[in-house]
Every structure is written in C-alpha cells, then in structure tokens.
Design a protein around this ligand. Structure first.
Ligand SMILES: [Zn+2]
Length: 341
C-alpha cells in the first residue's frame, strides 16, 4: 500500500511499527500500518498495510536509519514553520512543505522500515498537530522523539558492544515502553509494537538477541556485519559460503599446479646433475667443465621460466617442452661415449 505525502486528510487511527521475532528461524517480521489493519495482518494475513517483510534476525539493527547530518530534524523544523501560514493547504504553506514531502517520499521508498515508519509518522503528526493547541510545540516534541534514535545510533553500533552516545535529555513519554500483542493467542507469538519511538524496540531487539545468545559478527568474506547463531559461524550467507569454497578450491588447484611444476623441475635438475657426476667420474675434466657451465645456464633459465609459469605468464606445457629440449641438449653435451655406462 502506498502512502500519499501530499494529502491533507489524516488517516483513520494511528500508524504503528510492529515487530515479531522468531528465535527458531532466526527471522524478524516488521509490519507498518494503521493499528487495526496491522493487527488484522498478524491475525489472518488480511489488512491493508504499508510494509510487511520477514528478514533475517538483526536486519533492523544492522540497517537502522542513521542521521548524522540532522536531515530529519531540519525537515521537521520546516514543517513546524509552515504552521505559521494561515491555512493548511494554501499555496504559501505548500511551498514550504513541498520539499519536506519530497524528502519523506524518498525515505519511504528507501525500503528501510525504520525510515519508512518515520516518514509516514512525520506526515501523520504534521496533520494531527495542526488542529491542536500548541500544535507547533507538540509537533516538534513528537518528531524529536521519533528521530532521536537516528542520531543516537548514527555513530555507534550497540549490537557490537559499543555504547550509545549520551543524549542531553531524559527519557520521554513513549521512549521506554512498548505494547505487546498476542494476535493468535499464543504466548510464543509475541508482537512488539510502538507508535512513537524506536528506542524501546531497539532495546527489545538487543535484549532478545542477548537472551538467545546469538552474536553479531563480521563476515570473513564480504566484511558485512551479520547475526550468527554462535561464534562458530564466520560467514553471513550462502553466497559467501560458496565464495569461500571456490576460493579454497582455487587455492588447492594452485598448490597442485605449483607442486607439479616443482616436481618436473626437480626431475630435470637431477637428470642434469647425474650426467655431471658421470662425467666427473669418467675423468673427462674438460667436458665436465663445459657441461657444468651449460648446467648453470640451464638452472638460471629454468628458475626464470618456472616463476613465469607460476605467475601464469607462460603455459605449463611450454615449460615442460622446454625442459625436454634441454634434456636432449644435456645428452648431446655429455657425448655419445659417456651416455651408456
Ligand atoms: Zn558475507
């Protein structure tokens, strides 16, 4: 269901952010919608809601909206200023509110549920407070309650044991409590609901994850943070598990290839070495000295070519052919008369 950020008509009932955690499946389901519709969605799958997704447990914390630059507050202030204009939807007011409407739409379309909820809630409160006494102050109060966690978690990752930055104000109404729903009358199926602040939702997530002894880790392959069942899990997804298996196979193949090159080179070395020994035994110092010089040249060239194969600059078969040619050359240097004794 889409949300209209240009409407002047307030929706019926309050919009809530509802979260259901599943320990066994390690998932979290977030539903955002008007209270009755959201309840219906959990009860029987009906209900017209803005958002309903089941994601891996920890996704909300990991992808949580962050607002280092104070963008949300800035736009909230703009909405407050527009209250000064005479009528809610006269042209002047709309000129002020239109950029905020664009900002909220972008946030709504980001797909990140914490940003989506804040966007819808902002517009709802904008319309709600307009007709109330001290509406502007009320709007500021409600919006800063709504946005505060975006600043609190902008620079820290409490799920990795970093403590939240200190906030200048005490806990306000709605920041310490949630509603609990049991829509299918099963104690194990619990839905945590907020209509005003994410702080208790974040606290609840952290508490549950802690209680279930799951642990946030950094993936060894892609470097992303993820929630693991225990310390033994090092990879975030099937893709990364596949990537690691492929890397291990590549490494194995590489090693096998290098072993093959070394074995072949070693065999060639001993082929030459044995012939040199024979020449020395045969008391043919002149020929032995000439052979030794050729042997040294061969070694230097063999080392160079071997490195090239390992780097992948030359083909293995090319190296093997060259060694075979050199073997024939060594036979020629030893001379007919010394070959078969
Ligand atoms: Zn990964």
């Amino acid at each position: 269901m889409d949300y209209d950020f240009t409407t002047g008509e307030r929706g019926f009932g309050r919009v809530v952010f509802a979260l259901a955690l599943d320990k066994k499946r390690m998932t979290e389901r977030v539903v955002i919608g008007e209270t009755q519709e959201t309840r219906r969605r959990f009860e029987n799958g009906g209900g017209d809601v803005f958002y309903d997704e089941t994601r891996p447990l920890g996704s909300l914390l990991l992808g949580f909206e962050s607002d280092k630059d104070g963008e949300w507050n800035k736009h909230g202030m703009t909405l407050r200023e527009s209250y000064g204009k005479a009528f809610l939807f006269d042209a002047e007011r709309w000129k002020t509110a239109a950029p905020v409407s664009d900002f909220l739409r972008r946030k709504y379309e980001s797909g990140e549920p914490s940003a989506m909820f804040a966007a819808v809630k902002t517009w709802e409160e904008y319309l709600n407070c307009f007709n109330l006494n001290h509406g502007a102050d009320l709007l500021t109060d409600r919006l800063s309650t709504l946005y505060r966690p975006f600043a609190v978690y902008a620079d820290c990752r409490p799920w990795r044991g970093e403590s939240a930055v200190a906030t200048d104000s005490a806990i306000r109404d709605g920041e310490s409590s949630v509603e609990l729903w049991y829509p299918v009358r099963k104690r194990s199926f619990e839905v945590v609901v907020t209509a005003s602040s994410f702080l208790p939702i974040v606290a609840c997530c952290l508490h549950k994850i802690d209680e279930w002894k799951f642990i946030f880790r950094e993936c060894k392959i892609c470097g992303k943070d993820f929630l693991a069942r225990s310390r033994h899990y090092e990879l975030c997804s099937d893709e990364c598990r596949k990537a690691r298996a492929a890397a291990a196979k590549r490494e194995f193949d590489e090693r096998a290839k290098n072993d093959g090159i070394e074995r072949l080179d070693e065999a060639a070395y001993y082929y030459w070495y044995n012939r040199l020994r024979k020449l020395r035994k045969a008391a043919d110092p002149e020929r032995a000295a000439a052979f030794k010089a050729a042997f040294d040249d061969f070694r230097a060239e063999a080392v160079r070519r071997k490195a090239a194969v390992k780097r992948g600059d030359t083909k293995f078969t090319e190296f093997a052919n060259w060694l075979a040619e050199q073997r024939d050359e060594s036979d020629r240097l030893v001379g007919e008369q010394h070959l078969y004794f």
